[in-house]
Write a protein that binds this ligand. Structure first.
Ligand SMILES: [Zn+2]
Length: 330
């Protein structure tokens, strides 16, 4: 009886588990799901989708694959491993498809996306990187093009809709819950423990400021701030997310968001510690960027460990599935 049960169990594993494992393979098992109509799209490939881009004030139309090559090159170092570049291509494509299926932004003069990295995604034509890449120009051009081509048409979905596939350079070791940083609810943008971020040149940085400079700059924005004699007392009431970023703090008695202080003083992230040492205000940041979604240095570390792009993406974006862009059939 025991042997019979063992045989049954093994058969069950063989019949059900092996096909499931095969489903995890990359390639032809990605479902095609109907999405809202994409203007200019007449197929399921990047080349069939037209992107309207506001490139430094000039609105231009270009095929999605060409646009993505420029975004991946501008957003991630080309020397990163191929699987990290592929994860970046899928994240950028998903972000773009979300924009293309939303009403055009008035800030873009009607275009779907812009080339300002602080607003949408950085973009520059792939050919413009040749000089910076120098001897590696041909190799990197091929590498970036391959990352886009090998993920052609693939996007991340949650509830059959493209997600807001946000990403950042370097996490603090934990990514942030979108809810803690921006409010609202994005169930797929949850905090995860990220490894390998410490290899980033921006993992930990220090910014030193003379107290007078800090005070002057802050008063330009907040005239009602009151600074006492001891700079140690200037920053109080710090509240942090579980991952460490400062949500709110009080500066000279004025309550502001951590992100505001970050942009005011050019800090790499809102995950910072503050000290008054040797006559200077010292801000020590962990990570680079808002900390939500995929960490690019974390993606790099996963790729170096042998993880595939879909594994990287499903690690940083919770409960998402990989789908393909398609023309709405109804
Ligand atoms: Zn924009």
């Amino acid at each position: 009886m025991k042997r019979f049960l063992t045989v049954c169990f093994l058969l069950w594993i063989f019949v059900f588990t092996i096909p499931l494992l095969a489903l995890r393979n990359h390639g032809d098992t990605i479902p095609e799901l109907p999405l809202p109509t994409v203007q200019g799209s007449n197929g399921t490939t990047d080349a069939s989708v037209t992107v309207t881009l506001n490139n430094n004030g000039t609105v231009e139309n270009l095929p999605l694959d060409e646009y993505l090559r420029g975004v991946v090159a501008a957003e991630m170092p080309a020397l990163f491993p191929e699987e990290a570049l592929k994860a970046q291509a899928v994240a950028a494509r998903t972000y773009t498809m979300k924009k293309l299926t939303s009403p055009p932004s008035a800030e873009h003069s009607g275009a779907a996306v812009c080339s300002d990295p602080a607003h949408c995604k950085a973009y520059s034509p792939l050919s413009s990187f040749a000089a910076a890449w120098n001897d590696n120009s041909e190799k990197y051009t091929e590498k970036i093009s391959r990352a886009v081509k090998e993920t052609d048409g693939e996007i991340l979905l949650y509830d059959n809709e493209p997600i807001s596939a946000v990403f950042h350079s370097t996490s603090s070791g934990m990514t942030e819950n979108a809810k803690d940083i921006w409010g609202g609810d994005a169930p797929y943008l949850k905090s995860v423990k990220s490894t390998g971020d410490e290899d980033s040149p921006h993992f930990k940085e220090e910014v030193k400021l003379p107290p007078e400079e800090f005070k002057e700059k802050f008063l330009e924005k907040h005239k009602d701030a009151v600074f006492d004699k001891n700079p140690e007392n200037w920053i109080t009431n710090i509240s942090r997310t579980d991952a460490g970023s400062i949500m709110t703090l009080s500066v000279g008695g004025v309550n502001i968001k951590g992100s505001e202080l970050r942009s005011l003083f050019g800090l790499k992230s809102a995950n910072f510690k503050f000290a008054y040492t040797d006559g200077s205000l010292v801000f020590t940041t962990l990570g680079y960027g808002h900390g939500v979604g995929m960490s690019q240095y974390g993606a790099r570390a996963m790729a170096l460990e042998g993880k595939k792009y879909d594994e990287i993406l499903s690690f940083y974006y919770t409960d998402v599935t990989l789908g393909k862009i398609s023309r709405k059939t109804s």
